[in-house]
Design a binder for this molecule. Structure first.
Ligand code: CP
Length: 316
């Protein structure tokens, strides 16, 4: 359900499989890996990149697709539970669920409930609360490895609203497992509680560190990933105002002029231009943002193939 659970070998195998999928996509040869299988996208929070790249990935593998976006025209507005929704979609034909949910742990709870009810299904985490967004971190790592030719020894800064970010968590787990040195940088009020103790305790190939000073850290980085201020998860918490945040931590052209010439910029999206990231940087040659979005398709193809072929049960 997350990258905290995967070994370096498992992560690298998924990245290698993603590279193969990318070659297949470029060759335009149809892939039949999931012909006759049905994937269900089960989205309880908004998404542009994740939902559509999972859909493109399923189609590229010849899978059938059921798309469920909660709210509006669905029976969630009549109070139908997550489990009942999934169980009914499974009865209609869904064999694997790609789920995004606002509650941390929802994918794991759904997988357990389906198994206990005698209808086991693959459940893939497409972002759960503040917990993890594993396929985002995989595509971030894939994009970095594609650009630099390696992961081990890279210095990556993850900047901003770390506290509410499932992307920051998954990247910290996945990247440090694979030998990347990750530094969380941002205002103290947006660091998770106990982060410095967690950083000291984390035993991985790469180091996890914390910094509160972007200007000091930036010249050492190979890549920087500013995060969106996740207003929907702030609630009543005090946090820096957007304009104060932008002045101290916004990735401006002036700041980037002091980074290494080879330092690249990633962003999981959506970008708040002019807040965490200047438009000119988002659109510059340093920006890998659209490569990240494009790489979401082969990475999610590799994840779908791994999850569904593993639970094939002799169907293909
Ligand atoms: N990075 C990401 O999860 O984007 P979406 O919310 O558009 O899926």
């Amino acid at each position: 359900m997350g990258l905290a659970d995967l070994s370096e070998e498992e992560i690298l195998a998924l990245l290698d499989a993603s590279a193969e999928m990318k070659k297949h996509l470029a060759s335009k040869k149809p892939l039949k890996d999931l012909a006759g299988r049905t994937v269900c996208l089960l989205f309880f929070e908004p998404s542009t990149r994740t939902m559509n790249s999972f859909a493109a990935a399923a189609r590229a593998l010849s899978a059938g697709l059921i798309t469920f976006v909660a709210g509006g025209a669905t029976s969630t507005v009549k109070g139908e539970s997550l489990f009942d929704t999934a169980a009914n979609l499974a009865a209609i034909g869904a064999e694997a669920f790609v789920i995004r949910h606002g509650s941390s742990g929802a994918p794991a709870r759904l997988a357990r409930a389906l198994a206990q009810s005698g209808r086991p299904a693959s459940v893939i985490n497409a972002g759960d609360g503040w917990h993890e967004h594993p396929t985002q971190a995989l595509l971030d790592m894939f994009t970095l490895r594609e650009h630099f030719g390696r992961l081990e020894g890279l210095e990556v800064g993850i900047l901003g609203d770390i506290r509410h970010s499932r992307v920051a968590r998954s990247n910290a787990f996945g990247m440090t497992t694979c030998g990347v040195n990750v530094t969380f940088v941002g205002p103290p009020s947006w660091m998770p509680e106990g982060i410095e103790r967690m950083a000291q305790r984390r035993q991985a190939k790469g180091r996890l560190s914390v910094s509160y000073n972007l200007d000091e850290l930036l010249p050492r980085l190979d890549a920087i990933m500013p995060l969106r201020i996740q207003k929907e998860r702030l609630g009543a918490e005090p946090g820096p105002r957007a304009e104060h945040y932008a002045a101290e931590f916004g990735l401006t052209e002036d700041r980037m002029s002091r980074a290494k010439p080879t330092c690249v910029v990633l962003h999981p999206g959506p970008v708040n231009r002019g807040v965490e990231l200047a438009s000119a940087i988002a659109d510059s040659e340093r920006s890998l943002i659209l490569q990240q979005a494009a790489n979401g398709v082969p990475v999610r193809m590799a994840v779908l193939a791994r999850c569904l072929v593993a639970t094939d049960g002799g169907k293909n």
